[in-house]
Structures are given as C-alpha cells and as structure tokens.
Design a binder for this molecule. Structure first.
Ligand SMILES: *Cc1c(COP(=O)(O)O)cnc(C)c1O
Length: 222
C-alpha cells in the first residue's frame, strides 16, 4: 500500500471520536504532501528544527502537533503556528508557552504528558506530579493556553496485557484530572495514546488521538 492508501485505510477504521495524528518526523515534505493529498490534515513532529523547516513548505491548513520533548528556549520557534503540544511536563514550560502564545495573540493547546510505562527513560509527569502541577494552575491566569487533555505512552513490549493495563491507567488518570480540575470545561477531552504497534489497543481503551508514524510512512531513516 502507498502512503495515501494507508492514510485512508487507517482513518476509515477509526471510530468517529478518534483523530489520527500522522507522525511525519524524519520523513520528507513529499511524503507529507502525499498524505495531505489523501485528506490527512493533522501531522505530528518531534524536533523543532525539522518542523520549522517543513511548516512553510506545506499548506497552511495543516494542524501541526508537537509530540517530542520541548526545550523552553525553542517554544518561540513554533509558537506562531503550533496547534497542540503533547509534552507539557512542567509549570515553567507552561508559562513559556503562554508567554509566546500571547505575543502572537493565539491560543495554544497543551496535553499533560503522563508517565506510566516501565522504562525509566520515558519523559513525563507521574500522576502525582501532574496533580501537583494542576493545583498551582488557574485557567484565568493563562488566557493564551488551554490544557485539553493528557498524553502517554505504554511500555515498548510485546506483552499486550501490560500495554492494555497501562492505557487503562492513562484513561483513569484522565478521568481523575477531569473530575478534579476540569469538570465544567468541555475542551478538556483528549487522551493522546497509541502508536503504530499498539494503537488498536489504545483505541479500545478510550484514546481520542493516536500518533502513528511508521505504519503510514514506513521505517524512519536516521
Ligand atoms: C515517533 C513517535 C510516535 C510514532 O511512532 P510510530 O511507532 O512510528 O508510529 C508517536 N509518539 C511519539 C511521542 C513519538 O515520538
């Protein structure tokens, strides 16, 4: 199957509540264009330099999501156009995104990155750290950002029982945060989980945003 066929097959297999973020990191603009021409509008990148180079070369109606670790000093480079940042893990990053979004008078959406996987190297907040961050957070003080949900990854394993358990935990963390901090906020609604090898399980466990690269674009060349 070519890129266009993969995008169409994947999109048509998803329930309505799930949006595909096509992860195009390390793939050229021509490949993104192929997916775009097949109707895909939401793309994810994980490196600022790369995204900065690709964005001007592609149509304006693409919704760009940043899915990698984001250094504070690079927020300004993507603030003019980024739609959602999936990797919020500190108040300092939140404040920088707010400052840069304010300069452009636009609202940037943020997902709290939650760590539930077993690998120690994975980024993100523990559920406890996340609750602590939110205890200091007041929507009224940050009009140029909106926290719209959470993002997480399962352990990189063949063990489907473990993967499912971790996605279930993420869903539960989402519900706890919603209940405690965003009860009356309809825009807090996203659970970003699921990649090429585990997205079907993530969808079953309540994902609303899947981040799929390899399945669509093939292996990345580093
Ligand atoms: C690269 C990446 C993906 C996509 O992974 P695939 O296995 O290629 O689908 C998803 N999420 C994050 C955070 C990534 O860095």
């Amino acid at each position: 199957m070519c890129i266009a066929q993969k995008v169409q097959a994947l999109t048509s297999s998803l329930p309505d509540r799930v949006t595909l973020v096509a992860v195009s990191k390390f793939h050229p603009v021509e490949s993104i264009r192929e997916a775009y021409d097949a109707g895909q509008r939401v793309f994810g990148e994980s490196r600022v330099q790369e995204l900065k180079a690709k964005q001007p070369a592609l149509p304006d109606d693409i919704e760009w999501h940043f899915i990698g670790t984001l250094q504070r000093n690079k927020v300004k480079d993507i603030a003019p156009f980024i739609h959602t940042i999936h990797s919020l893990d500190s108040i300092k990053l939140l404040e920088e995104v707010h400052k840069q979004a304010a300069k452009h008078e636009r609202v940037i959406r943020l997902l709290l990155e939650i760590h539930v996987a077993q690998e120690e190297t994975k980024q993100g907040l523990t559920p406890e750290e996340c609750m602590e961050l939110l205890a200091h957070w007041k929507q009224g003080e940050y009009p140029f950002i909106r926290i719209t949900g959470i993002m997480g990854m399962a352990t990189d394993t063949e063990d489907e029982t473990l993967i499912r358990k971790e996605f279930r935990t993420l869903h539960q963390v989402f519900c706890d945060i919603k209940q405690q901090f965003f009860k009356d906020d309809d825009s807090f609604q996203e659970i970003s989980m699921g990649m090429s090898h585990d997205y079907p399980i993530a969808v079953e466990e309540g994902s609303t945003l899947i981040r799929v690269g390899t399945f669509i674009f093939g292996q990345r060349k580093y």
